[in-house]
Write a protein that binds this ligand. Structure first.
Ligand SMILES: Cc1cc2nc3c(=O)[nH]c(=O)nc-3n(C[C@H](O)[C@H](O)[C@H](O)COP(=O)(O)O)c2cc1C
Length: 194
């Protein structure tokens, strides 16, 4: 069996998506797959999907927006990413995924595919929305505007359980589900190696 190569390109503002990307790379490497992981916000010349058997593009969300660079990558290479011989993975790291998982998948992932006219073909495309990190602790030094935006994003979480906070409004809340992240990596790997 020839060695498979996967490119993982991510955009992050606060680091959560970066850690997930590296974890996924580690899981794929454990199955003998070669990975190349790049922060698309920093890399000047990210590689084309042409050089890889699979590509995973990811972003953290802020005010319902991806980081720019991963979207640019998808736009630039949409024709190649449509290719049924290439496995295309996408994920976002977001708070909406904790509040309303289906909505997060629709708003942040399915709409992205639609925007770039990539058919949602489950034979070679896999995507998921993972919970993110909400850090209200002093260490993050969030700008006041960002803190307000994060508080807004968290509002849906207060509605449940008798109006109580389901998170620490002064601390670091990490909602990343490493089990789900492993499931995603396994599904991607299975599609790649089948
Ligand atoms: C200023 C700010 C705004 C945010 N807005 C949203 C949002 O609109 N929707 C959402 O699902 N998550 C939102 N989040 C949660 C982030 O997606 C979450 O913190 C994620 O872990 C960020 O990923 P990153 O660290 O890779 O940038 C927001 C977070 C911050 C700090």
């Amino acid at each position: 069996m020839s060695e498979k190569k996967v490119f993982i390109g991510f955009g992050t503002r606060f680091g959560a998506t970066e850690e997930i990307s590296h974890r996924i790379a580690e899981l794929l490497e454990n199955s003998g797959i070669t990975t190349q992981v790049e922060n698309l916000r920093k890399s000047k010349n990210p590689p084309s999907p042409q050089e890889f058997d699979g590509v995973i593009i990811a972003s953290g969300m802020k005010i319902s927006k991806w980081t720019k660079e991963p979207k640019k990558y998808i736009k630039k290479y949409s024709e190649m990413l449509k290719n049924p011989n290439k496995i295309f993975g996408m994920f976002v790291c977001s708070i909406l995924a904790v509040q309303d998982y289906e909505q997060a998948k629709e708003d942040y992932l399915q709409k992205t595919l639609e925007k770039y006219n990539i058919p949602d073909d489950k034979n070679h495309i896999v995507y998921d929305a993972f919970g993110g990190v909400m850090d209200f602790s002093k260490e993050t030094n969030l700008r006041l505007f960002d803190k307000r935006a994060l508080q807004m994003a968290a509002m849906g979480m207060e509605k449940d359980s008798e109006g109580k906070f389901q998170y620490d409004p002064n601390g670091k809340n990490d909602f990343r589900d490493w089990g789900k992240i492993t499931e995603f990596a396994t599904k991607f790997k299975d599609m790649l190696l089948r």
